[in-house]
Design a protein around this ligand. Structure first.
Ligand code: SAH
Length: 286
């Protein structure tokens, strides 16, 4: 029998996995900046929260400010937002995200909410900070962005957030694994609400979000001045997706379009990756 202590030169051998001496496979490398302090909330924005009826528990403002510090720092390394000054960022990212609070709270004390095309985490992360009894799932197709999101969620100690690197089209068709009574572990028709900001027009984003929500669930879209025009243009798409436009709320930073899913989504939606954007439902290409 040979000597099992085969330790020539003190180097251990790769056990059965072949020679892995090369550099690790090129994965997306993202790391957070060290030692960042929260960006303080400007008085003007504090006043806007007050007028809008949003109040905070102790520590939440600091957490929001710390998240913003990481978002702005990461933005120098990858393109997450066009807004570079801190006061505008508090207003146009954090306040804007939190304008959804009253709409989402109408659903009750808790619920499962998915943020499609979350990018750097807007609106999902600020909402998760101030709505700890709700569960948030942040979805983005870009690996670098979800890598940042996972790190920042960990840094902020957010227990109510999961991050998924996927296209919405795939998740919308993911029914999960078949078990005795139905399916488990999927995403289709699993959420109480879906939201999206700056991902696409209403007709397109409806196809990406509606399949993910339960019957009776909401789709909440952060929009700008074109909200009404886009809703009108999406009329046919909403009909095909068995979804109603139940209202548009005007906020200090834009408009929030609220849709409600009436019945199960036809199996064919969402279509294949890229189709909802390339050929939005019910819109004849001009
Ligand atoms: N909601 C964020 C980011 C908007 S940018 C904000 O308001 O700041 C749009 C994001 O949507 C990008 O990060 C892009 O990667 C993502 N995206 C676009 N199409 C997608 C799809 N089909 N599925 C998942 N993510 C998508």
């Amino acid at each position: 029998m040979g000597d099992p202590r085969d330790s020539r030169g003190g180097r251990s051998r790769a056990d059965g996995s072949g020679d892995r001496s090369g550099a690790p496979r090129k994965e997306v490398e993202v790391s957070l900046s060290d030692g960042l302090e929260p960006i303080a909330c400007p008085e003007k924005v504090m006043g806007m929260f007050g007028e809008y009826g949003i109040s905070f528990e102790p520590g939440e403002i600091e957490k929001l400010g710390l998240y913003l510090a990481h978002l702005m720092a990461m933005n120098t390394r990858m393109n997450l937002t066009a807004i570079r000054d801190e006061e505008s960022a508090w207003e146009r990212h954090l306040f804007d995200a939190l304008t959804l609070v009253p709409v989402l709270r109408e659903m009750g004390e808790s619920g499962k909410i998915v943020d499609i095309g979350s990018g750097g985490g807007i609106p999902g992360i600020p909402l998760a900070i101030v709505m700890p009894t709700f569960e948030f799932t942040l979805v983005d197709a870009t690996k670098k962005k979800t890598a940042f999101l996972s790190l920042v969620v960990e840094k902020l100690g957010l227990k109510n957030v999961s991050v998924i690197n996927s296209r919405a089209e795939g998740l919308g068709q993911d029914k999960g694994t078949k078990v005795l009574q139905g399916y488990t572990g999927g995403h289709r028709e699993q959420y109480d609400a879906a939201m999206a900001r700056a991902v696409g027009k209403v007709a397109m984003i409806a196809e990406l979000t509606v399949p993910l929500v339960k019957i009776g669930g909401l789709v909440v879209l952060t929009k700008g001045e074109k909200a009404d025009e886009e809703v009108a243009e999406a009329k046919k798409a909403l009909h095909m997706l068995h979804t109603h436009h139940i209202g548009t709320v005007e906020t200090p930073t834009g408009r929030v379009v609220v849709l409600e899913k009436q019945r199960a989504t036809p199996k064919m939606y969402p279509r294949k990756d890229g189709e909802p954007k390339r050929m939005p439902l019910g819109i004849v290409n001009k």
